[in-house]
Design a protein around this ligand. Structure first.
Ligand code: ADP
Ligand code: MG
Length: 234
């Protein structure tokens, strides 16, 4: 199914850290039931974008609309409105089982079947496995599953494949591509692996020094010489 009009629209987003302009008037749009890829060199402002959209930077300037409604307030307000995000760093608490952590993240009643199906889909360990026995890449997938089980409208993923061995990226990409249809969600994906981006994303926005360098359908953006120059450092 072709992605629809934007479900998440960000306009004029600006964030300063002292004298560093981490984001300067950034516009992005996540297509309904599609995947927007956000790429760019280290320090381009990708994680700051996710922090600002999800309410972790209350002083950010600009507007964020989810389903045509202005999205404001704290991260938990925004989560209630249907926006979820993961973190670039592993934040999974030790001492819980996989299943307990999923319930904590989803914040709603989950059936054992629902949990089992979602874990199987991503190739994650069984719900009874202690998180302390799960390696870092799979722990970050469990985090993704927990947010998906919350049934958000939009999920922001900050480098979800970073902890996975490279040979698992293809399988992860195949699963991620099915996520919008399977979970009824739209996705913003920050990712370094361009093969993964190419296999998953409908549209791409490129950030460079906190500004949008290019934005549009993935084939156009990835063929743009300015993008190749900035992103590949050519
Ligand atoms: P990316 O995720 O694209 O690698 P970031 O969003 O993490 O980039 O960072 C963008 C810029 O903002 C960088 O120059 C970074 O050093 C700076 N930055 C990020 N977070 C902070 C912070 N909390 N305080 C000061 N500077 C920050
Ligand atoms: Mg980052």
């Amino acid at each position: 199914k072709a992605p629809g009009p934007p479900v998440l629209t960000v306009r004029g987003l600006s964030v300063n850290f002292g004298h560093v302009a981490a984001l300067s008037s950034v516009d992005i749009a996540v297509p309904e039931h599609g995947v927007l890829g956000v790429i760019g060199p280290n320090g381009a402002g990708k994680s700051t974008l996710v922090d600002a959209i999800s309410g972790f930077l209350p002083n950010a300037e600009g507007s964020v609309e989810l389903g045509g409604k202005s999205l404001t307030g704290s991260p938990s307000n925004r989560a209630c409105a249907g926006l979820r995000r993961t973190f670039q760093q592993d934040r999974v608490p030790p001492g819980l089982t996989v299943g307990a952590y999923l319930k904590f993240l989803a914040r709603r009643r989950l059936t054992a079947d629902e949990i089992g199906d979602a874990l199987d889909f991503f190739g994650c360990p069984d719900a009874r496995t202690p998180l302390s026995q799960v390696d870092v890449g799979a722990r970050r997938l469990v985090e993704v599953v927990g947010h998906l089980l919350a049934r958000p409208r939009v999920l922001l993923l900050d480098e979800p494949a970073a902890g996975l061995p490279h040979e698992e990226h293809v399988a992860f990409g195949e699963r991620l591509r099915q996520v919008p249809a399977r979970f009824g969600v739209s996705v913003l994906l920050i990712e370094h692996d361009l093969d993964l981006v190419r296999s998953v994303c409908d549209t791409i926005t490129v950030l460079d020094f906190g500004r949008v360098l290019a934005s549009g359908p993935q084939a156009e953006v990835l063929a743009d010489p300015a993008v190749l120059k900035a992103y590949m450092g050519e």
